[in-house]
Design a protein around this ligand. Structure first.
Ligand SMILES: NC(=O)NC1=NC(=O)NC1=O
Length: 244
């Protein structure tokens, strides 16, 4: 099977990190095709960035459909454009936030999320509520470092994330940690070892969940709101998005 993993921001080093995390867990019969859009924000740190990342995501889904991709991962913790992508795709489309939260809910009675900027906490809060995870999510914490700090090997991001995870385990009643950024995909194994609890990276979980869905023949439902988009003209820059 072919799974396309989309980093919605346009930072190549983060795409590479996400690619490595996906390939590390993919089954022998799974080909990972990873990418980021040519256009869009270099990092996604709020509602505006998320909105502007969606056209690029949908363009990658459109290309994937033409290439016979079996399933998709949207590798940004805001799960931007998830439902629009599901309209466009035949196969399953998972966001790393939804996947990580579901995985955490299966192995702990409560989890805390450790994400990047405080201003994006509300985005995670909305996702927790939308995904029915309020019962499981104990706290949403932020390290208050910009997303691209995670790409700077000299930054103290890793130590800051570790410290925030320790506080979550001490104070929140959490049995597991969900890493709240695609750019943290390379940290979960080491953090889990140091902390002695499951630390969940949504990229790797989403890849395995998509593999499972595809192998079960479970595609996105095309009844109702996730049916293919209604054919109509799109004007201006978006003219190529007309669904025919
Ligand atoms: N909460 C986040 O940091 N979300 C993200 N912004 C990005 O650019 N990638 C993410 O995963």
């Amino acid at each position: 099977m072919k799974i396309k993993v989309i980093n919605p921001n346009t930072t190549a080093s983060m795409t590479q990190k996400i690619t490595e995390a996906a390939i590390a867990v993919a089954s022998p019969g799974t080909e990972i095709i990873a990418c980021n859009p040519d256009m869009g924000p270099v990092s996604i740190e709020g509602h505006y960035d998320e909105a502007l990342s969606v056209v690029g995501i949908l363009e990658e889904i459109k290309k994937g459909e033409a290439a016979g991709i079996d399933g998709y991962v949207i590798a940004c913790f805001g799960d931007p454009g998830l439902l629009a992508a599901r309209e466009l795709a035949k196969g399953p489309v998972l966001g790393i936030a939804e996947a990580a939260m579901h995985a955490a809910s299966l192995i702990a009675t409560g989890f805390s999320i450790v994400t990047t900027l405080s201003r994006t906490r509300v985005i995670a809060q909305h996702l927790v509520a939308n995904y029915g995870m309020t019962h499981f999510c104990r706290q949403i914490r932020a390290i208050d470092l910009p997303v691209l700090e995670l790409e700077d090997e000299n930054s103290h991001a890793r130590k800051t994330i570790l410290a925030e995870c320790r506080q979550a385990l001490a104070e929140d009643g959490a049995g597991a940690i969900v890493l709240g950024c695609g750019g943290m995909a390379d940290l979960s194994a080491q953090l889990s070892q140091e902390l002695g609890v499951p630390v969940i990276d949504g990229v790797s979980v989403a890849v395995k969940f998509v593999e499972a869905l595809v192998s079960l023949g479970l595609n996105t439902s095309k009844k109702g709101d996730l049916a293919y988009p209604i054919a109509k003209p799109y004007t201006g820059m978006l003219h190529a998005f007309a669904f025919v």
